[in-house]
Design a protein around this ligand. Structure first.
Ligand code: ADP
Ligand code: MG
Length: 333
């Protein structure tokens, strides 16, 4: 008799959750992605105990009807793509249809939702990957997702979570990075009645950068733009005086998706060149706008890495954009 078995769906979801949901900040990232994709322009996020006890995100986006709410918790259920080729023209942050079932498999989740054109909404409750109930309810238009007790059913994973302050720090960092380009959205983060982050809608990224990087940095930022080989680069560069010992203020975006990319980071460093002392990292935001068919976003379950078809072209575009402003007086203030 053979030894191979097909894993029950619950186990499969927990395995997927291991890749997608590393810590509370990963839940926040996935919920935020969904609310942005749903066209929300108002987001209220509440956390307790570093998100370990509670994460609640309320949006005023498109909402879901009852059938969609039930489907949303199924693996590979998405409204965002239908074919593999759609992956190469992606305009949404999500596309894998994995986040909600993953979150659901390792927490207690409650989703309340109402599309604006429906009179009543629904509230769905699930726990450890099992549906508990779905009931009609009054609700504001939009969606509220409440995630409690992350990893309550996998204590071995829960042990890896850090102190509340550390997890809260990760949540703030994640939110800041993702929300920066979506300047039409007003977002607020509260922790037990205390507001940790309040980003009103604004005309451009600068007001936001003032909150995120501090006013002194924001007013010194050098903004620069360049188009090369159809790749558009917009960058906000802090003068070297504001450099840091860590690269934690290097924000990189590909078509408004925040990513981590070693080579783009290196091309930023190259662009700064000798203006930076050894071992120092700049504070910088780089937006790369590129034809979606030239970048593969489906590389990593957490969608934080991409692969470029013509990586050299991207790196050259970035470093030359930063390099070109070398003679700008503002560098030497
Ligand atoms: P993905 O975002 O990759 O499609 P998810 O598991 O994150 O997968 O979500 C599944 C589906 O649930 C989405 O495709 C979307 O249709 C719906 N959905 C999730 N969150 C929201 C939300 N906040 N507002 C409206 N629809 C949502
Ligand atoms: Mg999603």
């Amino acid at each position: 008799m053979g030894n191979i078995r097909i894993l029950p769906e619950k186990v499969a979801n927990q395995i997927a959750a291991g890749e997608v949901i590393e810590r509370p900040a990963s839940v926040v990232r996935e919920l935020l992605d969904n609310s942005i994709d749903a066209g929300a322009d108002r987001l209220n996020i509440q956390i307790e105990e570093g998100g370990k006890r509670l994460i609640r995100l309320r949006d005023n986006g498109s909402g879901m009807d009852k059938d969609d709410m039930l489907l949303a918790l199924e693996r590979h259920a998405t409204s965002k793509i239908t074919t593999v080729s759609d992956l190469f023209s992606i305009k949404t942050l999500g596309f894998r249809g994995e986040a909600l079932p993953s979150i659901c498999s390792v927490s207690r989740i409650e989703i309340t939702s109402r599309p604006a054109d429906r009179l009543t909404g629904y509230r769905l409750k699930a726990s450890g990957g099992e549906m508990k109930s779905i009931d009609e309810t009054g609700a504001p238009a939009g969606t509220t997702v409440e995630v409690r007790d992350i990893y309550f059913n996998t204590p071995a994973r829960r042990k890896f979570l850090r102190a509340d302050r550390t997890e809260t720090g990760h949540i703030i960092d994640t939110l800041s990075r993702i929300i920066l380009p979506f300047t039409n959205i007003h977002m607020r983060l509260d922790d037990a009645g205390k507001t940790l982050l309040n980003l009103p809608a604004s005309e451009n990224e600068l007001n936001r950068l003032s909150v995120l990087f501090g006013r002194d940095v924001a007013v010194s930022l050098i903004d620069t733009y360049r188009e090369r080989n159809g790749i558009k680069i917009t960058a906000y560069l802090a003068p070297p005086d504001f450099s840091r010992t860590r690269g934690d203020r290097i924000y990189i975006y590909i078509n408004n998706r925040n990513i981590r990319d070693k080579l783009v980071t290196r091309s930023i460093m190259e662009g700064y060149g000798q203006r930076l002392m050894k071992g120092r990292y700049p504070q910088v935001v780089v937006f790369v706008d590129i034809d979606p068919s030239l970048v593969d976003v489906n590389v990593h379950p957490a969608k934080q890495e991409v692969r470029f078809h013509e990586s050299r072209m991207v790196y050259q575009a970035v470093s030359s954009t930063i390099e070109k402003d070398k003679t700008d007086d503002r560098w030497y203030k």
